[in-house]
Design a protein around this ligand. Structure first.
Ligand code: ATP
Ligand code: ZN
Length: 289
């Protein structure tokens, strides 16, 4: 594989895989026939994609087997790899939390003191306990951490939680959050010294940034009575000045604008009240600022 291609590591099979491939697709990079393969070369970008267990990605990037990777921040912090976190990618959000038996209460983190906590994230948990000057016993378990309290192995657990269903099945409930995690783009610290690969990386990064900008934005279109223009322009939280177009009906105008996606429902009623009709909200694939 010493072909000068940029080498990207992603999770082979798991919660990060589909979203990672989707991000590449939005960046215009085709990854085909990847099932059961260790790596594939992208069809239209000088890049090889390596499929690995997520736990191995930080170390492979640190050692230069891969130049860059998409992986959970939780894994990066736990592995303490010597790499650079370039960017948060906005997917696979999850929460590393303390879980406690349903019939117990934890009023403050100091109450963790003297307890035994089972986790697959001993480094992150120990850092958290040290930072808060709490002495507790941490035991490392590689899977099914949530059964340890009922087996009498641990008082509490520290594990990734999203809905809390797994906790509930084990008669546990959510307590303090230790870390909010999401997928991040990581890179080898020496990548900048390889001129060719570094320029491929910058090219990819530009595309990733434009995809991330677009993810949070939508394209808003509507028709308005001419005399409502001033009002309507005030309501629209545009990134830039809105586009105004004449319509065949001379009393009407079309107004178009890029807006932050989360603002839509907030302004929709106001637009209606100001006389806007035929309101359309469209997804955007990329925004090059
Ligand atoms: P592998 O076989 O690659 O080691 P795994 O079993 O360790 O896989 P997954 O369960 O696929 O890993 O989780 C991969 C990553 O997805 C986690 O490290 C975390 O960053 C993220 N993640 C974990 N749980 C959730 C969740 N409930 N919702 C969203 N993302 C999550
Ligand atoms: Zn893993």
């Amino acid at each position: 594989m010493a072909n000068g291609n940029l080498k990207l590591a992603i999770q082979k099979s798991g919660r990060l895989t589909e979203k990672s491939l989707q991000l590449l697709r939005i960046c215009g990079i085709d990854v085909e026939n990847y099932k059961d393969r260790l790596f594939v070369t992208a069809g239209n970008f000088n890049m090889d994609i390596l499929f690995l267990r997520d736990d191995d990605i930080p170390e492979y990037v640190q050692d230069g087997v891969a130049d860059i990777g998409f992986v959970g921040e939780n894994v990066v912090l736990e592995k303490r790899a010597d790499i650079e976190i370039v960017k948060k990618l906005g997917y696979s959000r999850c929460n590393l939390r303390i879980g406690i038996p349903e019939d117990e209460e934890l009023r403050g983190i100091k109450e963790l003191s003297g307890k035994t906590i089972a986790t697959s994230y001993p480094n992150i948990l120990k850092d958290f306990l040290d930072k808060n000057k709490i002495e507790a016993k941490v035991i490392q378990i590689s899977g099914s951490v949530e059964i340890t309290p009922s087996l009498g192995i641990a008082d509490y657990i520290c594990d990734l939680v999203s809905t809390g269903t797994t906790l509930k099945m084990n008669k546990l409930k959510k307590s303090f959050s230790i870390l909010d995690s999401e997928a991040v783009l990581i890179k080898n610290k020496n990548l900048y010294s390889n001129h060719e690969k570094n320029s491929l990386f910058i090219k990819l990064l530009t595309r990733i940034e434009s995809a991330l900008n677009a993810r949070n934005s939508k394209y808003l279109m509507m028709n308005i009575p001419k005399d409502a223009l001033e009002n309507i322009v005030e309501i629209i939280p545009s990134l830039k000045s809105p586009t105004i177009l004449n319509l065949a009906d001379e009393s009407m105008l079309a107004v178009q604008s890029v807006i932050p996606a989360e603002k839509f429902w907030e302004i929709n009623d106001k637009l209606h009240r100001a006389g806007a009709t035929d309101i359309l909200l469209l997804p955007i694939e990329n925004i090059i600022l």
